[in-house]
Ligand binder design. Structure first.
Ligand code: NAD
Ligand code: UDP
Length: 319
């Protein structure tokens, strides 16, 4: 297949390009580097099956030649206001990537008769009133809160994908991605795993926001990408949660990372930046992925964290 991947210079987009290329596809990567980095694609520069187009997906998209699939991953993704790469500091760009970017990429898919896959998110469930979250749950989202630029853009994106599916008969897929970590994440994008690993490797105390009782469920990148590729190849047009169902508190995560990194510096509690909007619990119900994709994650948190440490050490010049 000949596949357009937007957000290709980001964390997930670059891993997705690698996987699609190793499966024998031709890949066109698109990115404007607002949160991604050219270095994430450096290793593909000489690959004849990979081409790159620097472009903002919020503007009309033209890709020469026939496409078989479009995978829309372009969007800032970190909720942390303390990072310049967090979506609270890029609110209009985030809404445009989710709304106009989804519209433009759907237009490309429609014009090509191509399959379309949207990278959606567990954030569409907001601060969920039920745990774990199945795809049938409609969510609990504050439309004007500190995460609204992201949550509502992704909810609009899902609605637009559904409209193109039902009205224009585009062959669509929606993956709802839960917290994922791996190499190529920016050290400074403010998400919890890069923050904690950087702090632990520098023997600084880990900054736990709020009381640390809020939970998340962390998926290793290779597991996630495998689930997404299975979804693209399946006939499932309903949304599918992909994530690791092992839930833990942020305090527990901090203790685990300090232990694995051998950091003696402990933890400091900081006031939450989220004004009561930090989801209190998050855990994917992956029954649908198990049933229709035959997928479940394989890599434990301990194995995954150990696997990414050399990358973070290199970023910090600690090797
Ligand atoms: P990332 O910031 O590393 O990657 C996003 C990429 O999109 C970056 O390279 C950025 O430059 C690019 N981009 C943003 N706006 C753009 C625009 N207007 N035009 C072109 N390129 C643009 O983040 P990520 O973690 O790799 O996230 C990728 C996708 O997966 C996002 O859509 C995000 O919402 C979704 N997602 C990620 C997670 C996760 O845990 N990593 C969880 C849920 C959903
Ligand atoms: N968090 C934290 N310390 C940090 C960064 C994040 O305690 O240095 C918390 C954050 O408040 C949230 C959880 O970790 O409860 C996950 O945050 P992340 O930014 O990774 O993504 P989210 O799942 O909130 O979208």
């Amino acid at each position: 297949m000949r596949i357009l991947v937007t957000g290709a210079a980001g964390f997930l987009g670059s891993h997705l390009c690698d996987r699609l290329l190793s499966d024998g596809h031709q890949v066109i990567g698109m990115d404007n580097f607002i949160t991604g980095r050219p270095g994430n694609l450096e290793h593909l520069a000489a690959n004849p099956n990979f081409t790159f187009i620097r472009h903002d997906v919020s503007n009309f998209i033209f890709v020469p030649g026939k496409l078989d699939a479009v995978m829309h991953f372009a969007s800032p993704a970190s909720p942390n206001k303390e990072s310049p790469f967090g979506y609270p500091n890029l609110p209009i760009q985030t809404m445009k990537a989710g709304a106009l970017g989804t519209h433009n990429t759907l237009g490309v898919a429609k014009a090509n008769g191509a399959r379309y896959l949207l990278a959606s998110t567990s954030e569409i469930y907001g601060d969920p009133a039920i745990n774990p979250q199945p795809e049938t749950y409609w969510g609990n989202v504050n439309p004007i809160g500190p995460r609204s630029m992201y949550d509502e853009a992704k909810r609009f994106a899902e609605a637009l994908v559904t409209a193109y599916h039902d009205f224009h008969k585009v062959d669509t897929r929606i993956v709802r991605i839960f917290n994922t970590y791996g190499t190529r994440m920016r050290l400074d994008d403010g998400r919890v795993i890069p923050n904690f690993i950087e702090q632990a490797l520098n023997h600084n105390p880990l900054t736990v926001y709020g009381d640390g009782a809020q939970t998340r469920s962390f998926c290793y990148v290779d597991d996630l990408i495998d689930g997404i590729v299975r979804l693209l190849q399946s006939d499932e047009t309903r949304p599918v949660n992909i994530g690791n169902p092992i839930e833990m508190s942020i305090l527990e995560l901090a203790q685990t990372i300090n232990r694995i990194c051998g950091s003696p510096a402990g933890i400091i509690m900081k006031p939450t930046l989220q004004l009561g909007n930090d989801p209190k619990r998050r855990q994917p119900d992956i029954s649908r992925a198990r049933e229709v994709l035959g997928w479940e994650p394989k890599v434990s948190l301990e194995e995954g964290i150990k696997a990414v440490l050399p990358y973070f050490k290199e970023q910090l010049n600690l090797l």
